[in-house]
Design a protein around this ligand. Structure first.
Ligand code: NAD
Ligand code: IPM
Ligand code: MN
Length: 357
């Protein structure tokens, strides 16, 4: 198949992990007779420096014309002055909004070989297989902001339509998995959460084969650590989803492992690891590329309809972990390139085995 993929490396370790993901996609294209066309564009802090805009017009146009967008990370201390007019993160938020990618899928699995890296007891981790669905284009991130010398506000606003569409996506996903949805809110305090809960209850009638439960976000933060294997699909608003998924990364062993897919109504999607630009390790070739590579697998599945290729990449990553090729965040000494080469080798072995069969 033919596909246009816009690549936005961004800042910090963004370019390092994006290069890894692109090399995996090139490998998939070469071995599967696909024609993937890649083009790189600026976003974030480097785009502020080069173009005075964290989301230059050219980047946005290309992303809107692409079949999929692969992004590294944005941000860094040099652009973090609280008084700064332009921030790298604004570019990412605007891109999500402009692409209309309201559902951010963040799968979390715990690989048996990595269970000991989690601060949790190993037995609690067995069977953990979560799919977070984070609302991505509403809530406090996008509400009106005000600021005077001594007062600041961030409005949290949700409409029924915004809640319905992300809830439906969560229920649809649950049908392909364990048929359970946990909707997370703060309905005991927030009006937006009461609308969220009411809407979830109504949408649930459309999916009688899926079980819905509600959890308050504070309690959910605890339950993720005490009973992580008890949940299937967890759907929540933008801010809660941001926080809970970094927490969930601790179950998997490292933030560097977690991928994400941001989807709207069509098949075009935005794919990015959930981690940030990791300024503390940037430029040293030690970043874990697996979250970005697994994001490329999600791109193959959700935007290009290549489910077999996606599974092959995920299995290759599993085999690299089985083999103990670990970057530093996982307690190993492999560099970004070495870990990426191991994934490519695992993919090649599979291709050779298939040809031989
Ligand atoms: P971070 O995710 O960049 O880093 C948190 C910790 O995890 C650091 O110790 C880092 O070294 C480690 N880490 C993250 N990814 C890793 C990887 N692939 N391999 C190994 N270790 C990894 O979060 P932060 O330090 O809070 O934020 C840094 C900057 O990144 C901020 O400017 C923030 O706004 C931005 N950020 C961007 C995104 C994004 O672009 N999607 C996401 C989160 C944070
Ligand atoms: C993420 C990041 C972003 C978010 C920031 C950088 C805007 O933390 O993708 O999880 O909060 O959505
Ligand atoms: Mn985050």
């Amino acid at each position: 198949m033919k596909a246009r993929i816009a690549v936005l490396p961004g800042d910090g370790i963004g370019p390092e992990v994006t290069a890894a993901a692109v090399s995996v996609l090139r490998h998939v294209a070469a071995h599967g007779d696909h024609d993937f066309e890649f083009s790189e564009h600026a976003i974030g802090g480097c785009a502020i420096d080069a173009h005075g805009d964290p989301l230059p017009a050219e980047t946005l146009i290309v992303c809107k014309q692409a079949d999929a967008v692969l992004l590294g990370a944005v941000g860094g201390p040099q652009w973090s002055d609280p008084k700064a007019k332009l921030r790298p993160e604004q570019g990412l938020l605007r891109l999500r909004a402009e692409l209309g990618v309201f559902a951010n899928l963040r799968p979390v699995r715990v690989h048996a070989r990595l269970a000991e890296l989690s601060p949790l007891k190993t037995e609690r981790l067995s069977g953990v297989d979560l799919m977070f669905v984070r609302e991505l284009t509403g809530g406090a991130y996008f509400g009106a902001k005000t600021r005077t010398a001594d007062t600041a506000t961030d409005e949290t606003r949700y409409t029924t339509a915004e809640i319905e569409r992300v809830l439906r996506r969560a229920f649809q996903l649950a049908r392909t998995r364990g048929r359970r949805v946990t909707s997370v809110d703060k309905a005991n305090v927030l009006e937006t959460s009461r609308l969220w809960r009411e809407t979830a209850q109504r949408v649930a009638h459309e999916f009688p084969d899926v079980a819905l439960e509600h959890q308050l976000v504070d309690s959910m933060a605890m339950l993720l650590l005490t009973r992580p294997a008890a949940y299937d699909v967890i759907v929540t608003e933008n801010l809660f989803g941001d926080i809970l998924t970094d927490e969930a990364a601790a179950l998997a062993g490292s933030l560097g492992l977690l991928p994400s897919a941001s989807l709207g109504e069509g098949t075009r999607g935005l794919y990015e690891p959930i981690h940030g630009s990791a300024p503390d390790i940037a430029g040293r070739g030690v970043a874990n590329p697996l979250g970005a590579i697994l994001s490329a697998a999600l791109l193959l599945r959700h935007s290009l309809g290549l489910a077999g290729e996606a599974a092959a990449v995920e299995q290759a990553v599993d085999r690299v972990i089985d083999a103990g090729v670990f970057t530093r965040d996982l307690g190993g000494s492999a560099g970004t390139r070495e870990a990426t080469a191991a994934v490519l080798a695992a993919l090649s072995e599979r291709a050779t085995a298939q040809e031989a069969a």
